[in-house]
Structure formats: C-alpha cells, structure tokens
Design a protein around this ligand. Sequence first.
Ligand SMILES: C[S@@+](CC[C@H](N)C(=O)[O-])C[C@H]1O[C@@H](n2cnc3c(N)ncnc32)[C@H](O)[C@@H]1O
Ligand code: SF4
Length: 479
Amino acid sequence: MSDSRTTAELGGMNLDVFRRYAGISLPRHVSYPMPTWWHDVDAADAGAMLHDAADQAPARDVSLYLHVPFCETLCRYCACTRVVLPRKTAGSRERVERYLAAVRGEIGRLGHMFGDGRSLGQVHWGGGSPTYLDAEQVDQVHRTVFEAFHMAPDAEIAMEVDPRRVTFEKLVALRRAGVNRVSLGVQDFNDRVQEHVRRIQPFEMIRDVVDGCRKLEFDSVNFDLIYGMPFQTVDTIRETVETTIGLSPDRIAFYHYAQIPEKIAVQRGMDYTKLPDSETKLRMFLTGLSMFEAAGYVFIGLDHFARPDEQLARSVADDSVQRNFQGMTTGGGLHLLGVGASSISHLQDVGFLQNVKGVEGYLTRMERDETPIERGKRFSPDDLIRQAVMHQLYCLAEVRPETIERRFNIDFGEYFERELTILDELQRDGLVTLGDDGIIKVTKPLGRVLIRNVGAVFDAYLDPDAYRKGEREYFSANA
Ligand SMILES: C[S@@+](CC[C@H](N)C(=O)[O-])C[C@H]1O[C@@H](n2cnc3c(N)ncnc32)[C@H](O)[C@@H]1O
Ligand code: SF4
C-alpha cells in the first residue's frame, strides 16, 4: 500500500515503485563491460592492445592515473585497494622507495609508447593515500612524468588528499610540485560516525586544509562524502551537508556506502545493527540532493555535484565528462594510462587493462622487466555501442539515439528492440520518459536514484531480467 505522507516528503516519488526496484544488486557501471567480465591477458595480448592504442591515427592525447596504495591507518569503511604501512614500521621507507622506482619505470615505459606527438592532459594521483608520500617523492615522480610526456599547458594535476596527513607546508610543496586540484577525503563530520569508522578529523582540521588550498589558489577543491554508514541518520547527514556547503567546495562526490564485508575484512568491524535501511538511505540522498541544488550546485551523474562554473559542470555541456574508477571526471576521449599496483588503463576504442593488484606481485613483475598487466578486455563492436549508451545514460541522464546511430551507423530502434520494450515498462513505472524525438530521459528523482536498473537493461552481459530482480553482488572500485 502506498504511503502518501512519505511520498509527499520524497518529492512526489512513488515509494512503492522505489521499493520494487531498489536494493537489488546491480552494477554501477563505472566501466562497461564490468571488471567481472575481464579475463587474464598475457604479455603478448597486453602489448598488442597498447600498440593498437598508441598507433591510432590521429594520435589521441593521454591522461595518467598514478596509484599509491599505502595508508598510515585503516578506515573501517574502506573499499579501496590499499596497504596499511605505518611509517614507524621498520623498512617502510625502503618499501615505498622501491614501489616508487617501479612506478617511475612504468611511466618511462608508457612514455616510450605514448610520449611522442601527443599531450598529457591530466594526471590523477589516487590510492590508498598519495599524501602518504612526502612532497619530494611526489616531485621526483613528476620529474619522470615531465621527461616522458609533453605536458599540456593547462594540464590538470589532481591528488586525493587525506586531511589528516597534510600541513600547510606540505600543501605549499605539493602546489610547487605542480598539483593544481585536490580531492579531500571528508566522509562525514559527525563525531560518533567518525569514531565508529575510525577516521577522526575534526571540523577545524578540514576547515584549515580548505583555507590553505584557497590561499594557495588550487584550481578546484573536491570533498568526498559517504552516506549509508552505521550511526548516520538523516539528521546527521543534513548537518554534514550543511557544514560542507558552509566550506564551499567546488565539487562534491556524495557516495553511497559500498558494503561488501565478505570481501573486505575491515568492514566486518562495522556495527551492522546501526546501519540505516534502504528507505532511510534514500532520504539521506534526497536530503543531500535538495540541499546541494538549493546551494547552487549542479547534480552530475549518479552521485556528483559541482559549481556551475567548475570544469566538471562545464564538461557536461561539451560532453568531455566521463565516468571511471576515480568517479566523474573531465577528460573524456583521452586514453587513460594506469600506473602502479591495481591500476586500470582505458584505451579508447581498444579495451581495458589492469595491473596486478598486490604490491609485491607488481614489484616482482616490474623488477623482472615483465608486464605488470594481468587482466583486461578487448572491446567488441557491440561493447563499444553499449559503452556509448552507458556513457550518455550515467553522465548526461539521457540517451540520444541519433548520436549513437551517427557514430556507429546503426538503426537504434532495430538494434535495441528488446531494450526499448523493457524501457516502455520502466516508463510506465516513472523511471524514464521516451520522447517523440526518440530521446530517452531519466526522470528526477526516481529514475536518477534507480539509474542502475536502467543501465542493467543495456548491459548485454547480465540476465535480461536483471533490471528488476538483480543478479549477484557487484562492486566496482577497481575490484
Ligand atoms: C582512495 S580513497 C581516498 C583517498 C585518501 N586515502 C583519503 O581517505 O582521504 C577515495 C574515496 O573512496 C571513498 N570510499 C572508500 N571506501 C568506500 C566505500 N566502502 N563506500 C563508498 N565510498 C568509499 C571515500 O569517500 C574516499 O575518500
Ligand atoms: S579511506 Fe583513504 S586513508 Fe582510509 S584506508 Fe581507505 S584509502 Fe586509506
């Protein structure tokens, strides 16, 4: 039975429909095809894919993802690929230096293939915790990058920054080393939540880091927030969002807590009796959505917000926005070259490649002068068509058949006959609208919060009914 009071509270959203579709396990399609369908590749396959990408004419520009797996301590929610290595551990400095030597070696190898005749448009430092490194180590890696690639004059050099591990002096040194954008792991401002997830960072600490970034004129400051963790309530989320808006970041990633304790041991320490249920999580999300929009932020994709004049919001207008394992970013169309343990490369029109996940395995391969790549997926013609549809769906919240038809020389209605029949059903339930011009629009808020159900319709690797009954547990942070 529908609950009209609740429905009104949820901006007219039909809770019965939400209940029917929500909570089933579906991919977030950070990549298409999902990593679940990637397979082992040997050195010859990996080399051939890299060559195919490097030999494309005209040459595409590139971006680099640099993975630093180390963290000083472990946060209880963390689903990232990381290694806890307290600095006081004997031999930790040598271990990190050995890793950085391998990273520099890999940058050199990639520069050899992709360095000439194209620009490096973006560098993204992720982890783990890039701020585990000191600024000198970052600078040293940058020098290798600048030697191997032609840096575009307006290149974005972004770093994930753990507010507990930077001082103003370190920010100064990072800025001097070339970093011009930062993403702060804020997660939640509530003391009880911070204590439970073992990540204590008082408001004053975050405020000082933000003030420091502003003083040093970083081009953009992003906040990562997570909702749906134990001890979070709609009220605590409202306070966290209010505090966030008060600090005025340029972008916000408002992540749903990805909970996979069967794979991620540290998450087993969470108090699951204090976990919000799926309707409470929906309210949390809608609270954030309405507050960020009221404060002037533009809602982008599944879970990102940006100031209208910020590069990410502008990239939606010129369609250079993209979704990858770092979240929503600009720089669509560039080859993404992943460096370091577990890193993923997206070679446009060719395929995905992923390095060995474990640090030791990665080091062994690099030190033996072997490829660090262990799995990947070469795109089929059908993968590329569906990838373009997923891109429009998740980045722009609509699918424009005409652009797909023009790019791939297909008849959209014929090619996606089965999918369009299912979309009729989703239209009746209010998740999408199918316009006379053929444009498929995802509704807001219902379709946007259930966008994975819409995405599942176009995923050829899933059961055709997956959009309404789910399949299995999916997680996509390079896992
Ligand atoms: C590599 S981590 C962040 C970098 C840095 N180590 C830090 O913690 O500040 C990137 C982001 O992933 C998000 N994240 C990690 N585990 C998550 C989970 N289980 N569910 C949702 N988001 C998660 C967090 O918001 C985090 O800031
Ligand atoms: S959230 Fe960041 S600091 Fe915490 S364990 Fe994960 S990667 Fe490390």
